[in-house]
Ligand binder design. Structure first.
Ligand code: KG4
Ligand code: ZN
Length: 344
């Protein structure tokens, strides 16, 4: 079976061709360079860029996979959550392809697809497992029972992990996106020079909260500004390291706790922040200690990409999922009585 996936939820435009968990092509175009000038994603710029590059990206994906359009058996597309203007570009294109080719259509939740990305990098990976999604917009712990049944165990009550990285980078005068820069600057720094509170770690809850650490960094920087001109490069790097350590420790400890509580032996990590080198290191160590397996997808599958959409869409299709041509997109993640498979 050959599945074509389309992802346009934010500033990336991606089209992929997969067969099950095998990636035949995964082309990603991004308006990030344009967005950098504004220090964040401007929705209007993102959706216009989507419209411009979607068809060339589709052509390139088919060409790279050496698959003609008529050989495609299924169309999978991101329905949400994300920027509505951007989502509608991909959703309309996917519907048009489904109609023109007479092939079935499956709408995919972007956050759950991030959780599924680990399945593409590890062919032996099986359900059930624990999913940790850490992206720019979401932080979530999931019990992954099957493709169509994922239960939310915990989520962020305020900022997402990636959002906290981006906001802290802004406070420190670093570029956008902040995650990679903080990751780079933190290397070889002592994380205990500036020690920030680990939010909610003492509580039983599997929810997260990251806005407090961000505010603590802000006050720290303001205090340093009063004393001198503000933090120099060395101190900035130490603050980055202290912040990163607090976020990673919270993510790792809660994941291990959730796995034990749910009696799950594997943790699959996905989303942009799963590219973080300290998170990878800390999670691998903690999983080892607890006798768990931690699966980190390669970088290309951590960031927004259509391969995870296509493969996850195919898994949903195999579990019986079909969507109609009038299926709407949605901007926010939805919960259904604790159990969720994105929107029905
Ligand atoms: O999953 P993603 O590409 O887009 C969303 O669906 O949100 O995630 C983007 C986020 C950004 O906030 C970015 O700063 C963060 O992932 N990120 C990182 C790293 N690389 C990207 N955060 C920490 N460390 C990294 N190495
Ligand atoms: Zn994403």
């Amino acid at each position: 079976m050959i599945t074509l996936g389309v992802e346009t939820s934010c500033d990336e435009t991606s089209v992929a061709i997969v067969s099950g968990r095998k990636i035949l092509s995964n082309v990603v175009a991004s308006s990030l360079e344009e967005q950098k000038r504004y220090g964040g994603v401007v929705p209007e710029i993102a959706s216009r860029a989507q419209l411009e590059v979607l068809l060339p990206t589709l052509d390139e994906a088919l060409k790279k996979a050496k698959v003609p359009l008529r050989k495609v058996d299924l169309i999978a597309v991101t329905r949400g959550p994300g920027l509505m203007g951007s989502i509608l570009v991909g959703l309309s294109a996917a519907k048009a392809l489904s109609l023109a080719l007479g092939k079935p259509l499956v709408g995919v939740d972007h956050v759950l697809a991030h959780a599924y990305a680990g399945f593409l990098s590890d062919p032996k990976l099986k359900f059930p497992c624990l999913g940790l999604v850490v992206s720019g917009g979401h932080t979530m712990l999931l019990r992954m029972e099957s493709a169509s049944h994922m239960k939310t165990l915990g989520k962020t009550l305020d900022d997402a992990a990636g959002e906290a990285f981006d906001k802290v980078a802004k406070i420190l005068g670093l570029g956008y996106p902040g995650g990679p820069e903080i990751d780079r600057l933190s290397k070889k720094q002592d994380p205990n020079v500036f020690r920030f509170t680990r939010p909610f770690l003492s509580s039983d809850s599997l929810d997260f909260s990251f806005s407090g650490i961000k505010t603590a960094v802000y006050h720290q920087v303001e205090a340093l500004k009063k004393k001198a001109k503000g933090p120099g490069p060395k101190v900035r790097a130490q603050i980055c390291s202290g912040f990163q350590e607090a976020v990673c420790e919270t993510l790792v400890k809660k994941s291990v706790r959730a796995a034990a509580r749910e009696n799950l032996k594997t943790i699959v990590i996905g989303g942009g922040v799963s590219a973080n080198s300290r998170l990878r290191e800390m999670m691998a160590e903690a999983a080892d200690e607890a006798g768990l397996k931690a699966v980190f997808p390669p970088l290309a599958l951590c960031q927004d990409n259509a391969a995870m959409i296509a493969s996850y869409g195919e898994a949903l299709y195999r579990e019986g999922r079909r969507d109609a041509l009038d299926m709407p997109g949605y901007p926010d993640f939805e919960h259904h009585d604790g159990a969720t498979s994105g929107r029905k």
